[in-house]
Design a protein around this ligand. Structure first.
Ligand SMILES: CC(C)(COP(=O)(O)OP(=O)(O)OC[C@H]1O[C@@H](n2cnc3c(N)ncnc32)[C@H](O)[C@@H]1OP(=O)(O)O)[C@@H](O)C(=O)NCCC(=O)NCCS
Length: 149
């Protein structure tokens, strides 16, 4: 069974291992630790309850302009396509709404990342803008927004 729960400080090492599996330009571990310290209530992990391994995570923050910002989400390759990404997104949106009274959400995604774009669209996000050369390798990004206000 896959359980979604708040991350704990000593989960971040495992989250970093997952981050390296998921992204070609992973966040350094120190950045993940900073995200956790800033908004521990907006950092969730998906745990396989049989093996006690962390198989997904999502992290976010609240922006000064009133948007909840989904900073990062990933699910381990072997666990994809089982609804875990969707559950992580719903969990962080719910926490932003109930703890911080947030009803607008934003995120950035590579234009080539069809799976993630499909996930976000299925949750009500729309493409708001193209971010030219947003990524280190020069790829463009989409700014995607969901407004449930
Ligand atoms: C994007 C990611 C988090 C999705 O996680 P997931 O657990 O596989 O997603 P889910 O199973 O919850 O899928 C939810 C929806 O996303 C879309 N989706 C996910 N994987 C897809 C795929 N392989 N093909 C097409 N659509 C896909 C679908 O709309 C799906 O809804 P459906 O099952 O009703 O069709 C995962 O692929 C991942 O970790 N990718 C690498 C890291 C990454 O790109 N993160 C996002 C950076 S912005």
């Amino acid at each position: 069974m896959i359980l979604i729960r708040r991350a704990e400080r000593n989960d971040i090492g495992s989250v970093y291992e997952l981050e390296k599996e998921c992204f070609r330009d992973p966040y350094p571990e120190i950045v993940l630790r900073m995200l956790y310290e800033l908004y521990p209530e907006l950092f969730f992990v998906a745990e396989d309850s049989d093996t006690k391994t962390i198989v997904g995570y999502v992290s976010g923050m609240i922006r000064i302009d009133g948007f909840g910002h989904i900073v990062s989400i990933c699910v381990g390759q072997r666990y994809r396509g089982r609804g875990i990404g969707k559950r992580l997104m719903e969990t962080i949106e719910n926490a932003m709404r109930t703890l911080f009274n947030i009803c607008k959400y934003r995120l950035e995604v590579r234009v080539s990342n069809t799976n993630a774009i499909n996930l976000y669209k299925s949750l009500g996000y729309r493409i708001e803008a193209i971010l030219k050369k947003y990524y280190l390798d020069g790829e463009d990004g989409y700014l995607m927004i969901k407004n449930s206000c």
